[in-house]
Design a binder for this molecule. Sequence first.
Ligand SMILES: Cc1ncc(COP(=O)(O)O)c(C=O)c1O
Ligand code: FES
Length: 402
Amino acid sequence: MLKDCIYLDNNATTKVAPQVIEAIMPFLTDYYANPSSMHTFGGQLAKSVKVAREQIAALIGAEESEIVFTSCGTEGDNTAIRAALLAQPEKRHIITSQVEHPAVLNVCKQLETQGYQVTYLSVNDKGQIDLNELEASLTGNTALVTVMYANNEIGTIFPIEEIGARVKEYGAIFHVDAVQAVGKVPLNMKTSTIDMLTMSGHKIHAPKGIGALYVKRGVRFRPFLIGGHQERGRRAGTENVPGIIALGKAGELEMLLLEEATKRERKLRDRLEQTLLANIPDCVVNGDVKNRLPNTSNIGFKYIEGEAILLLLNKHGICASSGSACTSGSLEPSHVLRAMGLPYTTLHGSIRFSLSRYTTEAEIDQVIAIMPEIVERLRALSPFKNDDARWLQQQEHTLVNR
Ligand SMILES: Cc1ncc(COP(=O)(O)O)c(C=O)c1O
Ligand code: FES
């Protein structure tokens, strides 16, 4: 299996940290008891779970009792949304944004079929929402505002506390999908307006299949998974102990390394981005460069297809991503870039590079060296080389008027 690639797809998932693997090994072998069991063996496991809970709480400035372990970010998002609605059955309005992850968007779409009214806030060309639009949408009937901290495709960071202040004025519950922000942005729930916050292990160098939901003390909560009394009755199901231990260790590492690692990633990312922009004509950075994740660069290479770039990068052992949904079976370009109103030419030719603390300077140099050649080669084949192409203009026109 391929593993020695240049991995610049860390917003999709990350490599498990060696220290995390070391921490979980005993829990895959010797320490297998059920942490809810009455015997000493079980009690030892419960203690280890408690330590992991403290580590995750420390990472986001929360109390240990405010952390609920889940199976993934998707479960955290689903749980938070359902919990907020179940706790306020009289309210039937939800506010979210057009650029959310499907783990939020598709839940909202389903809720619309169940009688809820959903406002999907628009974004500008940088992927930022308009606080005035938010204010105009909030009413006494709004049960929940659910938005992401940082966007997975373009890295744009929303002004979370400014949003939260407005949400609180209307007495709605404020849920934030921070799957891409945890470990990349310092978080402190003690001074935050956030009521519930979702995180996911596999984005912070823990394995897949573990996540956590922060639920602020005092927020009315209803469990999504119903069954046993695990997680103080907030999430039934025997604990994924190795996953929990891994998440705790990964959280501890993020806390130790966050400042230094993000500084380094930002520097590498900026070098990659600035050199590509300088060496390749007709390309643009997508997203809000002033408020952006330090590890993410989404670049639109005009007149070519993102998928074609990815295939050629892949041939050189470089893993990146396109935000497009093509990869997931639909032929529509990314809903995020579309919501930003990007022109057709950029929309299709956008790809995302996302770095991690394991990304090296030599790897970035290789991408810098290979990209101009790839883009030139594809553009030579492209029928849409200049904006005069009539067909292209028609497409832009259709899209704008949609
Ligand atoms: C912003 C955001 N929310 C939610 C998720 C879902 O997380 P998970 O893969 O752990 O279910 C992701 C993962 O891509 C994400 O980027
Ligand atoms: S065909 Fe997939 S984004 Fe263009």
